[in-house]
Structure formats: C-alpha cells, structure tokens
Design a protein around this ligand. Structure first.
Ligand code: URA
Length: 435
C-alpha cells in the first residue's frame, strides 16, 4: 500500500477501507508516514468528507494508537464531559464539583487551550500548587475518595490525536466534522469512561459556526459513542458571545468559585444545570432530569458543590486558601475600563474577537510553547441584549503587557461590540439536546 494512492483516492471522493485508514494512522504514529502526507490527507478529508463507517474506523484506529485507560477500579458509573471549545468556558470547574457533590464519579482528562480557546488545565494551574500531572492509579484513588479528579491527558493517550491535532492546527484543517468527531471520541473512548456528555459549541467563538454543522457534528459523535455501547448525549450550546462574564485563567476560576456560591452568570449556570442533570441520569443517580436538577440546585445552595472543589484542589496539591479567599489571586498591573461610546442595546459581543484579544493580552498561547499570564483577560460588564448608555462600562481589561502592546488590543475589543437601537431577542444558551 502507498500513502500517495490513499490521498489520491480520498481527493477524488472515494471511500477509504478500514485497512487503508489503519495503514495511515499506524504509519503516521510510527513516523513512517511524514507530516506532509498526513496534511494532504487531512485536507482531502476536509473537502471530501467521510461516511459513517470511515469515521468509526478512523476513531477506532486513533483510540487504539496508545494506552486504553481501565477505570474499572472506580466503583459506579463513570461519567465524563467534553466541550468542543469556546471562550470563557469554565463549565468543567463548576459542573464537575456539582455532579461529584451529588454522588457522580468524574475522572476527567482535559487539554490545554490553544489560539482563541481556553483550556481547563491552564485554568486549574492558575491555582498555586495545583498539579494536573497524576498517574492513572492516583486518579482512580482520588475519584474513589472524593468523586472527582481533573488531570492532564497522559502522553500515551491517543498519540495519533496529539500528532494530528498539532498538524491540523497549522494547516487549516481543524474545522472538519469527521476529523473533530474522531479526535474527540477517540480520546473519550480511550479514557475509559462509561457515559459521555458532549458540549458542542456553536457560533462565532466555536469551530462550528452554524446550527446545521453543529448538529451534524453532535449526531456523528453521539452515533459513534452509541455504536460502541457508551451512553452518549450531546448538548448544543451557544458560543456567539463568551460564556459567563470572565475570559482568562484566574479570572475564570474566580467566576467558577462565585458560581459554586450560587452567584454564577445565568448562561453558565443554565449550561451546568442542563448538562449536570443529563450526567446524573446517565450515572443512574437520578431517575429523571427534574429530580437531577433539584439535586444540583441543592448542592450549590448548601455549599456541598463548593466543598467538592476545595477537596479536589487539596487532593491535587493546590492551595485551598485561594479558593476560600479568591481575592488572594494575583491581579494584573494594568486594569483598563472600556466604556460605551453610544446609547443602545448590545447586539453582538463577538466571542472569537474577545478570545483572540484575551490571548494577545497574555491569557492564551499562540503556539504550544508560549507561556500564559494567569491574571490576564477580560471581564464583561454585561451580555448581549443589555441596554447601555454612552459612558457605561462595557468590560474591564486585565494585562501585564506594556502599553504599546495592549493599546491596539483595546481597539480590537471595542470592535467586538455591535449596537442597535432596537431591543435584542436573547436566545437560550442550550439550543438543542441530541441523543
Ligand atoms: N476538540 C478536540 O478535542 N478535537 C478537535 O478536533 C476539536 C476540538
């Protein structure tokens, strides 16, 4: 078999056999197939697509390219959650402790942020002392003890995705439904969970820009999970504006802490309650969504969910004093307020622009080697639909960058906003649930 023939076959719109997909993935992981041929194949897939059988085969060979985690030493149903990425998405930090406080078992392996999207691991590492490097055995022990662990993916988990994702990121081939579906599902399947809740983000700040493509991605991933006997459900959530108010690592941790004290933004809490209810039913802890929602409410307002976050931070070596007294978190040297230059209703806060601006302020990385400034970012003062007058606060910017670097970013943040004279219809954060 020759890789060039497989590229030509896909380029011309033909179906690849299971054997051919295995040849590509195995050869690429072993270093026998070079990056340039894998890039060409990714581009051919982006344009020509893959059918269900090809996607299932790609997922399977990627999943088995490395270690398969066995979580059978954790008692009960293990449930995991994965988001396809967004801006201001601190859901795991709120939802994880909420579900664990209700008795759920969450052994979560997370990734880092790249480009305009943030990553849960970076947010966790903004808590001094917090370690995300745990062995599988340590993770199992922690979940058995307190119900939750969020750690970094081990190097041996789905090496095919590590290589392919890095390649896609620099060759314009991230936004392909078959490639995203196989990337996400291979990692979830290899990480040993019984049930999977997928958060497929849709809108400017997400990979899927419209409902049709988000639905297709969700349907594809749910079908892969089901065909492999994992209870898989997807929620489609809005990512046209940032989720919640805070964008940036320790700023988002502070918002997560407030949320676990019952003071969370409406969109974030809506997403946590809906996703959490599905996860509790998947875990067979609750018989229906209504009972699950009430239970989740209870643990937020009686402090049990906050307690779980403290236990997790403690178990992973983090300084709990920061969680109990968030005012201890480092604050950036430069704090700049951006105010409205006109009267009107906010029609748009472009999540992609806000995500890129936050990255430029120091909150994210352009390449995997970049270091992150944990205190940098943007805190919105209001959301789409708010009525503002000239001079009202739109958002506050936090950065340690010098003035010549952050001044142009302030203009970019201003242009992320669009206004109208008419009241704006506010859409719910959850657009659809796919089962
Ligand atoms: N998240 C992933 O894990 N993989 C993708 O391809 C896109 C988003």
């Amino acid at each position: 078999m020759r890789m060039v023939d497989l590229i030509i076959k896909k380029r011309d719109g033909h179906e690849l056999s299971d054997e051919e997909i295995k040849f590509w993935i195995d050869g690429y992981v072993k270093g026998e197939i070079p990056d340039y041929q894998s890039s060409a194949m990714n581009m051919a897939i982006l344009f020509r697509g893959m059918n269900k059988r090809e996607i299932a085969s790609l997922t399977d060979h990627m999943e088995h390219s490395g270690e398969i985690i066995d979580l059978s030493d954790i008692a009960g149903i293990k449930v995991d959650k994965h988001s396809t990425g967004g801006v201001g998405d601190k859901t795991s930090l709120v939802l994880g402790p909420m579900v664990a406080a209700c008795g759920g078992k969450l052994a979560k392996m997370s990734g880092r942020g790249l480009g305009h999207t943030g990553g849960t691991l970076d947010k966790l590492e903004s808590i001094p002392g917090m370690s995300i490097a745990k062995t599988k055995e340590e993770m199992v022990e922690q979940v058995n003890k307190i119900g939750i662990a969020i750690i970094g993916q081990t190097a041996s988990l789905v090496p095919a995705d590590k290589k392919l994702y890095a390649l896609r990121d620099v060759t314009g081939t991230v936004e392909s439904i078959p490639l995203i579906a196989a990337s996400v599902m291979s990692k979830k399947l290899a990480s040993g969970t019984d049930a999977i809740l997928l958060d497929v983000t849709v809108g400017e700040g997400a990979f899927m820009k419209n409902m049709d493509s988000a639905f297709e991605l969700a349907r594809t991933m749910v079908d892969i999970g089901k065909s492999l006997k994992r209870d898989t459900v997807a929620v489609l959530s809005d990512m046209s504006e940032p989720l919640g108010f805070a964008v940036g690592n320790n700023l988002e941790v502070k918002e997560a802490i407030a949320s676990l004290h019952g003071e969370g933004p409406e969109d974030l809490m809506d997403l946590c309650y809906t996703s959490g209810s599905i996860m509790l039913v998947q875990s067979k802890i609750c018989k229906d969504l209504q009972e699950a929602r009430e239970k989740l409410h209870e643990v937020v307002y009686n402090g049990k969910a906050f307690e779980k976050l403290c236990l997790m931070v403690e178990a992973q070596g983090g300084d709990v004093e920061y969680i109990k007294h968030p005012e201890k978190f480092e604050v950036s040297k430069n704090i700049i307020e951006i105010r409205s230059e006109a009267d009107g209703y906010i029609k748009e806060i472009n999540a992609l622009d806000i995500g890129i601006s936050a990255m430029k302020l120091g909150a994210g990385r352009e390449t995997l080697e970049d270091t992150i400034d944990m205190s940098a970012g943007i805190v919105l003062a209001n959301k789409i639909g708010a009525k503002v007058a000239k001079g009202d606060l739109l958002c506050t910017v936090y950065t340690n960058k010098p003035e010549e670097e952050f001044l142009p970013v302030l203009d970019e943040i201003k242009s992320a906003y669009k206004f109208t004279d008419e009241p704006v219809k506010i859409l719910p954060v959850i657009r659809e649930v796919v089962r």
